[in-house]
Design a protein around this ligand. Structure first.
Ligand SMILES: Cc1ncc(C[n+]2csc(CCOP(=O)(O)OP(=O)(O)O)c2C)c(N)n1
Length: 279
């Protein structure tokens, strides 16, 4: 497919992703809260930013994407569908079925467009760092590695071991993205394992740190447009301030909607709310 280039096109694309997510959520339980919070970033990443050819998913020159918060597999699958990896109706039909290509957590064994299977928090980010280091060893100085983590995921020690290594190995080809929605599965991050000032923490480790509204398409696009060159020496982290459940008023900022299923009646209300918000 042709890449989307304008903010308006990307806003429309993000609306379509949200509609697909809610539709799927009316069929079965998905991790809807964290899918919706990161939907705008994922849309700009997959439909504008990444160098990725769905007809050649193993092309050496591709950008790599790791969904470290692997439970948000639905928002990734719908973005892959949007760029032509498969049909979005396939995602709705096959998601979490025994024979399907799409599971509750991102799985490489059944979906060939998944770079690395994830779901156990704290694993994807270290792997992304390893892939970024490996690209350097292979003299690939043009590909980037993008990795999306949750803010609850930041309490995994492996995130900080990997951060030290990312800086030590000068992985300027690494772009870490934190979905900073303030909620975990059961409650507020600050009540479970408070993160303090996350930007200062990454800065102290030696990252280039950018903070932004992660539900603002224009701001997200702008951050991607201004990334340092992939052959540079300092890894980037984008701390994206987002709203869990973004776009659906009864889900926003509610830990109860970390995962769940909606009724057909609720689906109609959700679609109406999304469409009225888009005007
Ligand atoms: C190692 C590990 N521990 C626990 C879980 C169960 N779990 C799944 S999602 C989740 C909450 C994650 O919160 P966050 O990273 O903030 O994700 P988001 O709110 O963006 O969905 C937890 C604890 C897991 N998947 N992996």
């Amino acid at each position: 497919m042709n890449k989307l280039t304008s903010v308006d096109e990307l806003k429309h694309a993000a609306l379509e992703i949200r509609k697909n997510l809610l539709n799927l959520c009316s069929k079965q339980t998905i991790h809807i809260g964290g899918d919706l919070s990161i939907a705008d970033v994922m849309t700009v990443l997959w439909q504008y930013q990444m160098n990725y050819n769905p007809h050649d998913p193993l092309d050496e020159g591709r950008d790599r994407f790791i969904l470290s918060k692997g439970h948000a597999s639905a928002v990734m699958s719908f973005n892959q569908a949007a760029i032509g990896c498969f049909d979005s109706n396939d995602v709705i039909k096959e998601y979490a079925s025994d024979e399907g290509r799409f599971s509750m957590h991102s799985c490489k064994l059944i979906n060939p467009y998944v770079e690395f299977s994830t779901g156990s928090l704290g694993h994807g980010f270290p792997v992304a760092c390893g892939i970024a280091a490996g690209l350097r060893l292979k003299d690939n100085l043009t590909s980037r590695v993008y990795v999306v983590m949750g803010d609850g995921e930041q309490s995994e020690g492996s995130v900080w071991e990997a951060s030290m290594n990312a800086v030590h190995y000068k992985l300027g080809n690494l772009v870490a993205i934190v979905d900073n929605n303030g909620l975990e599965a059961d409650g507020k991050i600050e009540d479970i394992t408070g993160l303090g000032n996350l930007a200062d923490k990454y800065r102290a480790f030696g990252f280039r740190v950018c903070e932004l509204d992660g539900n603002d398409i224009a701001k997200i696009k702008n951050q991607f447009d201004n990334l340092p060159s992939p052959d540079s020496d300092i890894p980037t982290v984008l701390i994206c301030h987002t709203v869990k459940g973004k776009g659906i008023s009864f889900m926003e900022n509610q830990a109860r909607w970390h995962a769940g299923k909606i009724t057909e009646e609720q689906l109609k209300l959700c679609i109406k709310e999304l469409e009225s918000g888009a005007k």
